[in-house]
Design a protein around this ligand. Structure first.
Ligand SMILES: Nc1ncnc2c1ncn2[C@@H]1O[C@H](COP(=O)(O)OP(=O)(O)OP(=O)(O)O)[C@@H](O)[C@H]1O
Ligand SMILES: [Mg+2]
Length: 249
C-alpha cells in the first residue's frame, strides 16, 4: 500500500440537500501518485464528493485541501487551474464540434502558467494520442462510438494537465474489451505520474486498477485500505458488495 504524502485532504466535509445528508463529516485523503478506488451503494455520496472537490457544489461545512492549500469555496475553473480534473457520469462533450475541438476547448482552461509552458497544439495532440483518439480527431464528437466518447471525456480532462484526475463511472456501458482498453489508458496515465480517483460500480474494474480502496456509505467512510482486504470485509460485503462480488474472487 502506498505511503506517499497526501495530495488531497478532506476534513469534516459535509453536504446536505434540504433534509438529505449526501456527505456527512467525511474525512478522507488521496495520496500523491496513487490510484484510489472509491465505491459504495447508489446514493452513497461518491458523485457529491467529486462535485465538492471540483467546485461544482460548495460544502455545507468542512475543509478540502490540495497540496496543503484550501480549495473549498473556489469556482470550478479555479479548481481546474489548481490541477484537478474530473469526468462526468453522463458525457459532457459539446456536439457540433469535432473530437479535437472539444479537447482544445478543455486545454484553454489550463492554468496561464501551463499555457505559457506548453503549446496548446502539443497538449491536445498528446491528450488525443494518450486516449487513442488521434484517428478520429476530426470527426464530430457526437458521431464517434461510446467507447471513443468515454475516451474523449478523459482526453478533455487530461488536456487541462491535472495533477489529479477523478473519473465517475467511466466504464459504465462499455463491453469487457472496451473496459480493458480504457483501464489500460488510465493505468498508463498513472504510471506517468497522474494521481487517479476512480469511482465505479464495476468491482472487477475497481480491483484491477486500484492500489487503495475507500468505501462510502450514507456519506461516510465505511472502510479503507488494501483493495482485496477491504473487499473481503464483512461490513463492506453486507452494505455493498454482497450481490456484486461474493464468491467471485
Ligand atoms: N442536487 C441534489 N439535490 C438533492 N439531492 C441530491 C443532489 N445530488 C445528490 N443528492 C442526493 O445525495 C445523495 C448522494 O448522491 P450521489 O449522487 O452523490 O451518490 P452516488 O454515490 O454518486 O450514487 P450513484 O452510485 O447512484 O451514482 C443521494 O441521496 C442523492 O439523492
Ligand atoms: Mg454517482
Amino acid at each position: 500500500m502506498s505511503t506517499a504524502p497526501a495530495l488531497l485532504v478532506l476534513s469534516g466535509v459535509s453536504k446536505s440537500f434540504g433534509g438529505v445528508q449526501a456527505v456527512a463529516a467525511l474525512d478522507m485523503e488521496v495520496r500523491q501518485g496513487e490510484v484510489l478506488g472509491l465505491i459504495g451503494p447508489n446514493g452513497a455520496g461518491k458523485t457529491t464528493v467529486f462535485n465538492l472537490v471540483s467546485g461544482i457544489q460548495q460544502p455545507t461545512s468542512g475543509s478540502i485541501r490540495l497540496a496543503g492549500a484550501e480549495i473549498a469555496g473556489l469556482r470550478p475553473d479555479q479548481v481546474c487551474r489548481r490541477g484537478i480534473a474530473r469526468t462526468f457520469q453522463t458525457a459532457s462533450f459539446l456536439p457540433g464540434m469535432s473530437v479535437r475541438e472539444n479537447v482544445e476547448l478543455a486545454a484553454a482552461f489550463r492554468d496561464p502558467a501551463k499555457i505559457r509552458a506548453r503549446r496548446t497544439r502539443d497538449v491536445v495532440a498528446d491528450a488525443l494520442a494518450k486516449t487513442e483518439l488521434t484517428d478520429v480527431a476530426d470527426q464530430p464528437a457526437e458521431l464517434v462510438n461510446v467507447s471513443q466518447q468515454k475516451r474523449l471525456e478523459i482526453a478533455r480532462a487530461i488536456a487541462t494537465e491535472p495533477l489529479l484526475l477523478m473519473t465517475d463511472e467511466i466504464v459504465a456501458g462499455l463491453n469487457p474489451s472496451e473496459t480493458d482498453d480504457l483501464l489500460r489508458i488510465l493505468v498508463g496515465l498513472n504510471r506517468e505520474g497522474m494521481t487517479l480517483v476512480f469511482v465505479e460500480h464495476d468491482v472487477r474494474a475497481v480491483l484491477s486498477v486500484s492500489q487503495r480502496l475507500i468505501v462510502l456509505a450514507q456519506g461516510k467512510l465505511l472502510a479503507e485500505g488494501d483493495p482485496r482486504t477491504v473487499a473481503r470485509s464483512p461490513d463492506v460485503i453486507r452494505v455493498y458488495l454482497g450481490s456484486r462480488y461474493a464468491g467471485n474472487q
